[in-house]
Design a binder for this molecule. Structure first.
Ligand SMILES: Cc1cc2nc3c(=O)[nH]c(=O)nc-3n(C[C@H](O)[C@H](O)[C@H](O)COP(=O)(O)OP(=O)(O)OC[C@H]3O[C@@H](n4cnc5c(N)ncnc54)[C@H](O)[C@@H]3O)c2cc1C
Length: 217
């Protein structure tokens, strides 16, 4: 599907928001991704849709990986540039079940699918942990209700330390669903903690964006 860059907003910590024209007939569910085609028109990378389903444009929240084929190239796009994306696809559904209470864990750009739920009018979670490397990552990104956990440097409006430092405070009631997105290390640690506390796998949902080998997240 052809689209066009409407806006590119760089954030201080290395994330950027890419706002794209919404192709005719494009309909998605929060948690869906699109595959974005790179400069050779062949290679793609998946990016989660961060905007609301009713918004007149599409939005992606991307971590720029210096030297990365797609993210570095996308970060240099200009307003009006043409891009090619796939139709939406995905299986991660942090907004479901609709009536269940939810706790969300995100690292870095892994906050994108949760933003999509909130911007689509979905229910606010009981708790929303967002782990970032630096307080700079918090600048200019609207993440309502999130507790930002800043692992390095000045925490600013966030709280210092890794978000997995305080897992013992996480509510464990039987009606809560847990959704996790971002770095695999966080997802493995939180999943192991929840399973160890007796939370059944059916109430733990996750999507990995980056592995521990990644230089950034
Ligand atoms: C379902 C899904 C949804 C995603 N959604 C988002 C999103 O919303 N926002 C976002 O910023 N990213 C997202 N990603 C990650 C994204 O698809 C790319 O992997 C990322 O942008 C890096 O691509 P690149 O072409 O810039 O780097 P590449 O050219 O692929 O890699 C450059 C270097 O970076 C390192 N690296 C990068 N990615 C990885 C990795 N996954 N594992 C190991 N090493 C790695 C390697 O050292 C590699 O040599 C998502 C991934 C998945 C699977």
């Amino acid at each position: 599907m052809d689209t066009r860059v409407l806006e590119l907003i760089p954030h201080a910590g290395g994330l950027f928001t890419l706002r794209l024209e919404k192709p005719d007939g494009f309909a998605f569910t929060p948690g869906d991704c699109v595959a974005v085609y790179g400069p050779d028109g062949k290679r793609t990378r998946p990016y989660s849709l961060a905007g609301g389903v009713g918004e007149p444009y599409l939005e992606l929240l991307i971590r720029k990986i210096p030297g990365g084929l797609l993210s570095d190239w996308l970060s240099g796009q200009r307003v009006g540039a043409s891009l090619c994306i796939s139709p939406p696809f995905g299986w991660f559904r942090p907004g479901l079940p609709e009536t269940a209470r939810k706790i969300w864990f995100a690292t870095g750009s892994g906050v994108a699918p949760f933003l999509s739920v909130l911007r689509s009018g979905g229910q606010t979670p009981v708790r929303f942990y967002w782990g970032v490397r630096s307080g700079l990552d918090l600048e200019g990104i609207w993440v309502p209700g999130a507790v930002p956990c800043v692992s390095r440097g000045e925490a600013g409006p966030g709280r210092s330390g890794r978000m997995t430092d305080d897992l013992q405070e996480v509510e464990l009631e039987a009606d809560i669903h847990y959704s996790l997105c971002g770095l695999d290390g966080m997802i493995e640690e939180v999943t192991a903690f929840l399973l160890g506390k007796g939370v059944p796998q059916e109430r733990i949902h996750s999507e990995i964006f980056f592995t521990n080998q990644s230089p950034a997240r």
